[in-house]
Design a protein around this ligand. Structure first.
Ligand code: GLU
Length: 290
């Protein structure tokens, strides 16, 4: 592995927990938070909290308050101020402008239904965008009148950046495959930045050296690595962890009915025992990966 992948600049390690306040934190979130916290705390590094609140339809202020209360209950203290993505929209707009100036973005007017209808053979859980709007000439009048997203021309962007790699603690050196994601959205119809753009810009802005998150976001990292290359941002190390499962073997996530931390707190659960249990699960995963 070359140095630019293995050794982010600077001395101290920095990790972050970056929840979206679209619901209550559950045990899966707590697992991710404690892993991010413990990874850097042992070595005197910094653990940051970022609230990813740029999805106007789904974000609720009450969930932000709930996240802060849950982390305090668990005893996971973060360093410095909480970063809120909703306050950083000009920074994302600037990154978009730079990518647009490279000729790598195009406006997409498609509706979800149109995309679903035009995808003959769905590729994985989310169909790849078929590129319907990619070849349209830019039409500022239409853009002024019709809601649109901005997508990246992934093939052109990957060709411009050349071969890229990133490092995952469990998987080792990973060749970036942004083509697996297709022309992802970087600015949404209803939000001025997408997850992919905001997370990449913010991990660099907060000088995060180690990104700890669930393995369900492993593939997203291919797009983040490409955006880092295009925008001249450093590449952190990645630690994609398995998603924890309940006693029945099913993954613990909100949609699967995982208990919210707030409910456990209200029921009188012991946060120290809960953290010990989550840390024990982490050790189990690490042994399985060793
Ligand atoms: N906000 C994302 C989520 O809650 C996590 C982003 C990340 O860790 O990269 O799923």
């Amino acid at each position: 592995m070359n140095g630019s992948i293995d050794e982010p600049a600077g001395g101290a390690v920095v990790s972050r927990f970056a929840p979206s306040p679209t619901g209550a934190l559950h045990l899966g979130h707590a697992f991710s938070a404690v892993r991010a916290h413990d990874l850097v705390r042992a070595g005197g590094g910094r653990f940051l909290l970022r609230i990813e609140d740029i999805d106007p339809g789904r974000v609720r202020e009450a969930h932000v308050e709930g996240i802060l209360a849950d982390l305090a209950w668990l005893g996971l203290a973060w360093d410095g101020p909480v970063l809120r993505q909703s306050q950083r929209l000009p920074v994302y707009a600037d990154a978009l402008d730079r990518l647009r100036a490279m000729g790598l973005l195009y406006a997409c007017f498609c509706t979800r239904a149109e995309i679903a209808a035009s995808v003959a053979a769905p590729h994985g859980p989310v169909p790849l965008y078929p590129g319907t709007c990619r070849a349209l000439p830019d039409d500022p009048a239409r853009r002024a009148a019709v809601p649109h997203a901005w997508r990246i021309d992934m093939a052109a962007a990957a060709a411009r950046a050349g071969p890229l790699a990133w490092h995952d603690a469990a998987a080792g050196a990973v060749a970036a495959r942004p083509d697996l994601l297709g022309d992802v959205v970087l600015a949404r119809k209803d939000a001025p930045a997408s997850y992919h753009l905001a997370v990449t810009v913010d991990d660099a802005a907060q000088e995060v050296t180690d990104v700890v998150r669930g393995i369900d976001l492993f593939e997203s990292t291919h797009a983040h690595r490409l955006l880092q290359a295009l925008l001249g941002l450093p590449t952190p190390r990645y630690h994609h962890h398995p998603l924890i499962a309940g006693p029945d073997g099913r993954r613990l996530a909100k949609r699967d009915g995982a208990p919210a931390l707030a409910a456990l707190r209200a029921a009188g659960a012991d946060p120290v025992a809960l953290l010990a249990d989550l840390r024990g699960r982490a050790i189990g995963f690490d042994r399985a990966n060793a």
